[in-house]
Ligand binder design. Structure first.
Ligand code: AHG
Length: 337
């Protein structure tokens, strides 16, 4: 039987310890992260059972309690929304799964200073083939008046105003990684105690990496600068910092997590038929841009820093390039030339 290592901080202990350095902090962000951690554990349980769906009941069928079995992304959405609604730190949410924001509008929530945007289950197209998927979240301080219901303007803020951003990866182990301006920290779920434990303190992404991640199938849809860079990646050899390796899972949380730890670049460029690409600015690009920048990397839409984009629509898309600083600079040089 494995013993519990008391030297390892849990997510709660870590966020409480962070508070000690800030006597004026209210603890709202810690409680919000605790709520998200709880949702993540519940989603994790269901994701782990995904392969059993055929024997336990298919989507849309009725389970033993007489309830309809929900699609996993709907389940994840409800869990995230539920914990944040019942918590005391969130005035409202925006979700990739929902057309509009949800304003909690009760006495406690209206006093909360934060709003949260999330993609409850990114990469859900991969569930059926047992590939790692994830939850992505982003926290903003509201700009509307405290004491009143939050408003859409609280959600349509540029990414640079994020207070925290993070993701949960349901992989060979389940991890929660989150960033504040002070650093990026990763916590691995210890199933024996049901707690996220600090396993990757103060993550910094390598200045250079050797992994490039892009959907090669769309190569001829990309603009010339991007194609030039992909060609450069293929031509790298021992003499000029290579060889590079192409890795693309098609589940952004997994692709960017691997590149964050090992060093690399992830690209989802605009295409001839979809000039803004596929990824959503508020739910996918901004949180990862924030995390990678805090970890020492860089993120752009090919023209400008992602975190500076002023959003106008909750579901707008953006081309996205993110990763190790050195590789991002190589890409920028190709796109300028
Ligand atoms: P979805 O949640 O619909 O499965 O989309 C996943 C996203 C993102 O996680 C991934 O990087 C990208 O879509 C992959 O898209 P392509 O298949 O077009 O490369």
């Amino acid at each position: 039987m494995s013993s519990i290592n008391r030297q390892v901080l849990t997510l709660d202990e870590f966020t409480i310890q962070q508070l000690r350095n800030f006597p004026k902090a209210t603890g709202e962000l810690s409680s919000l992260l605790r709520d998200i951690g709880l949702a993540a554990k519940r989603i994790n349980v269901e994701v782990n059972k995904a392969g059993l769906v055929d024997i336990l009941g298919d989507h849309g069928s009725v389970n033993v309690q007489g309830e309809e079995v929900k699609k996993l992304d709907v389940f994840a959405n409800n869990q995230m929304m539920g914990v944040l609604r019942h918590g005391i730190s969130c005035a409202g949410i925006g979700s990739e799964e929902m057309d509009d924001i949800v304003v909690f509008d009760d006495e406690v929530s209206n006093q909360s200073k934060y709003v949260v945007l999330f993609d409850p289950l990114d990469g859900s197209g991969n569930i059926d083939v047992n590939v790692s998927i994830g939850t992505i979240f982003s926290v903003y301080r509201r700009v509307s008046e405290l004491g009143k219901p939050c408003k859409k303007e609280d959600f349509l803020q540029p990414g640079i105003r994020q207070i925290a951003a993070g993701y949960v990866i349901y992989g060979s182990s389940t991890m929660l990684v989150y960033a504040t301006r002070r650093g990026v920290n990763g916590f691995t779920l210890d199933p024996s105690i049901g707690e996220f434990c600090l396993s990757h303190p103060d993550i910094k992404t390598p200045e250079f990496g050797k992994i490039y991640s892009v959907n090669h199938g769309n190569f001829f849809q990309y603009e010339e600068g991007v194609r030039k860079y992909i060609n450069l990646c293929q031509q790298k050899n021992k003499e000029n910092g290579g060889p590079y390796t192409q890795r693309y899972i098609g589940s952004m949380v997994s692709d960017v997590h691997r590149n964050l730890i090992k060093g690399g670049i992830f690209m989802y460029p605009g295409m001839k038929e979809k000039p803004k690409g596929k990824l959503r600015l508020l739910y996918e690009c901004n949180p990862f841009a924030f995390i990678l920048e805090v970890a020492g990397g860089k993120a752009t839409d090919g023209q400008q820093r992602v975190l500076d984009i002023e959003p106008t629509d909750l579901h707008e898309r953006s081309p996205f390039f993110v990763g190790s600083r050195g590789m991002m600079e190589e890409l920028e040089a190709c796109m300028k030339s």
